[in-house]
Design a binder for this molecule. Structure first.
Ligand SMILES: [Zn+2]
Length: 204
């Protein structure tokens, strides 16, 4: 028996291959009904989540839905709670899933775009605090990443991130690629400007 949430954040129960949404609750029991609305299957659970009563399903068992919801919620939580790259969180979580679960999974780009928005909301404070949090001042392998901050009193505040390795690398390449994006800039920032360079035929 596993408890998770629907896409809209409502409680979802996964049990014996079926998924249930919460229908009614009292202090002593909860009624969960089959998530398939054409089915009359239901469960009553007591306060300790023991099954008190149930009704047979008329729908076919569909474990894929539950596995999909559990995996999606895991991805969403990790995006908000950690600073790991979203592509790593996505690949780590989905690589053990069966094909029938992945078949109904959202595209990576959808998850990434929603995840970026959620992270931006969480990091919103960065634009109006004096001290950038430690977790953003260093790279994941603990190298200095925040190199310049013109400060809160600057009306056109600019913050520059890079590590020393990058400077050595960018000095050595013949082509620089500079991209200014407005769409992906964190909330309350005007623009995100990135510098990249060619290594062989790839831009890094
Ligand atoms: Zn059912």
């Amino acid at each position: 028996m596993q408890f998770t949430t629907t896409n809209r954040g409502s409680p979802l129960l996964c049990f014996n291959g079926y998924s249930y949404t919460l229908d009614k609750k009292t202090d002593i029991q909860k009624r969960w009904r089959c998530a398939n609305r054409t089915c009359k299957g239901f469960l009553y659970l007591d306060a300790a989540n023991n099954v008190i009563r149930s009704k047979e399903h008329t729908c076919t068992m569909n474990n894929a839905l539950c596995e999909k919801r559990i995996a999606l919620n895991k991805i969403k939580n990790q995006i908000v709670e950690t600073n790991s790259p979203i592509i790593h969180i996505f690949t780590e979580t989905t690589r053990h899933l069966d094909d029938d679960v992945l078949e109904h999974f959202p595209e990576y780009s959808t998850i990434r775009d929603q995840g970026v928005k959620k992270r931006n909301v969480k990091n919103e404070f960065v634009s109006h605090v004096d001290d950038i949090p430690n977790s953003l001042q260093f790279t994941l392998n603990n190298r200095k990443f925040l190199q310049h901050d013109s400060g809160l009193s600057d009306k056109s505040r600019s913050i520059i991130f890079y590590n020393e390795e990058f400077i050595e690398y960018i000095k050595s390449v013949h082509v620089w690629v500079v991209d200014g994006t407005f769409k992906s800039a964190p909330n309350e920032f005007y623009q995100l400007l990135t510098f990249s360079g060619y290594i062989f035929t790839n831009i890094c």
